[in-house]
Design a protein around this ligand. Structure first.
Ligand code: DOR
Length: 429
């Protein structure tokens, strides 16, 4: 397979760095892009007709949960990275809230080994900020970075003690690794729904949006004080967007991400008490959803991250209050973003792709993905006209906790390359 020549003919190649789309043929040889041009002839090359298709760099998901070690009944690194490829993600960054948590060099190495054995999407682990995510003692930040961790986070938990957070920022600055903060103010947690009219009507235990915004404000100010980098995870409300916008204008080294469910859904979706809509932070109001979209459009929110959070059927089939938060997201992310951001006219296609590729790469210090001669062939083929319905039968993830089954999508990842391998051509023209 490695010596194969492949010609992707006549596709619209998206350059998310330059913000351009151009019609090119792309010649791939030995896993590398060797030529870009019009009317390329290549002897003995497999020709893939890409007319009416778009070609983009492989997506990078900087926030997901692969559940290995400890919860392999919900997902493994192999099943998760296969689902990631199906959604167009050639690189994914699993959060360390596994069992045991990824808080040591050995745990980072374990995840990297498992990913290599699986051979699907590449994995860049995120290590814990503190041992066992307990918010007390620092984890082995330097050793984890050396082993391949690209960021540190206690995702799912906020570091309540400001002295500990200050130390985390100090060390992360010294080791030049970003800190990703799950912002949920101690003593004012998210509850199971956004505090407001909908939660009152449904009688759900709720938490206010200020929980996220106030936690983000503290961490941003601490990062400014220390001179460290801070990244705000899964931004869900308007106030947090405003705070990040203010902080960027002030020159603080802050970046942020938003998840497709937060720019697609609102708390109105909870009316049927379907636990697949239960996420942390919770779905919020239409005003918040619009603010997240504006934040993505003007660059206040740098990246889109799935927060793919697999949970088994038995875990989710309980009362709303007791269900774990989270939904799977790899395979629906591209379609949701295309629908909610591009088809609505809020963002241009290359800028949307930028949020899925260039932005996470820059935040994490990964090579910025390019489609140009000399680059590794790491790309996805997209059919933006494809209409499709998401069904449980298509799911590659081990878990099926998605609220999107039966939904009509427009825009689909139809294939792609990672290194020398054509990793799939799911839906040939
Ligand atoms: O919805 C979520 N699920 N949010 C988190 O912060 C954690 C995640 C999980 O691990 O399931």
């Amino acid at each position: 397979m490695a010596n194969k020549r492949v010609l992707l003919a006549g596709g619209r190649v998206i350059d998310p760095l330059a913000g351009k789309v151009r019609i090119w043929d792309v010649l791939i040889e030995n896993g590398k892009i060797v030529k870009l041009g019009k009317g390329l002839k290549a002897k003995q090359a497999q020709r893939i007709d890409c007319r009416r298709k778009h070609i983009a760099p492989g997506f990078i998901d900087m926030h997901c949960h692969l559940r290995e070690p400890g919860h392999e009944d919900a997902e493994t690194i192999a099943t998760g990275t296969k689902a990631a490829l199906a959604g167009g993600f050639t690189r994914v960054c699993p959060m360390p809230n596994t069992d045991p948590p990824v808080d040591s060099e050995a745990q980072v190495r374990f995840q990297l080994c498992r990913a290599e054995e699986a051979g699907f999407a590449r994995v860049h682990p995120i290590g814990c900020c503190t041992r066992a995510r307990a918010g007390k003692e620092l984890a082995e930040i330097g050793a984890m970075k050396k082993a391949g961790a690209v960021a540190v986070s206690d995702d799912g938990a906020w570091i309540a003690d400001p002295r500990v957070m200050r130390r985390v920022l100090d060390y992360s600055k010294a080791f030049d690794i970003p800190v990703i903060s799950h912002c949920e103010l101690a003593g004012l947690d998210y509850g199971v729904a956004n505090e407001g009219l909908v939660s009152t009507r449904l009688g759900l235990r709720a938490g206010p949006d200020v929980s996220e915004a106030a936690a983000a404000a503290r961490d941003i100010l601490l990062a400014e004080f220390v001179g460290a980098r801070i990244h705000i995870a899964h931004v869900s409300c308007a106030t947090t967007v405003d705070i990040i916008r203010w902080a960027k204008a002030r020159g603080i080294q802050v970046t942020a991400e938003a998840s497709p469910h937060h720019f697609t859904l609102t708390d109105e979706a909870l009316a049927g008490f379907d636990t697949n809509y239960k996420v942390n932070p919770p779905l919020r109001t239409e005003k918040d959803r619009q603010a997240v979209i504006r934040g993505l459009a003007d660059g206040t929110i740098d990246a889109i991250a799935t927060d793919h959070a697999p949970h088994t059927k038995s875990e989710k089939e309980v009362e709303f209050d007791n269900a774990p938060p989270g939904m799977i997201g790899f395979e629906t992310a591209f379609g949701l973003g295309y629908e909610q951001l591009v088809l609505t006219g809020d963002m241009r296609l290359p800028d949307y792709i930028n949020r899925m590729t260039v932005a996470p790469a820059r935040i994490l210090g990964l090579p910025v993905p390019r489609i140009e001669p000399g680059a590794n062939a790491e790309l996805v083929i997209l059919d933006l006209k494809a209409q499709w319905t998401y069904t449980p039968e298509q799911v590659m993830s081990r878990s099926h906790n998605s609220p999107f089954f039966g939904r009509q999508f427009q825009g689909r990842v139809v294939g792609g390359f990672l290194g020398g391998e054509q990793f799939w051509l799911l839906h040939p023209a």
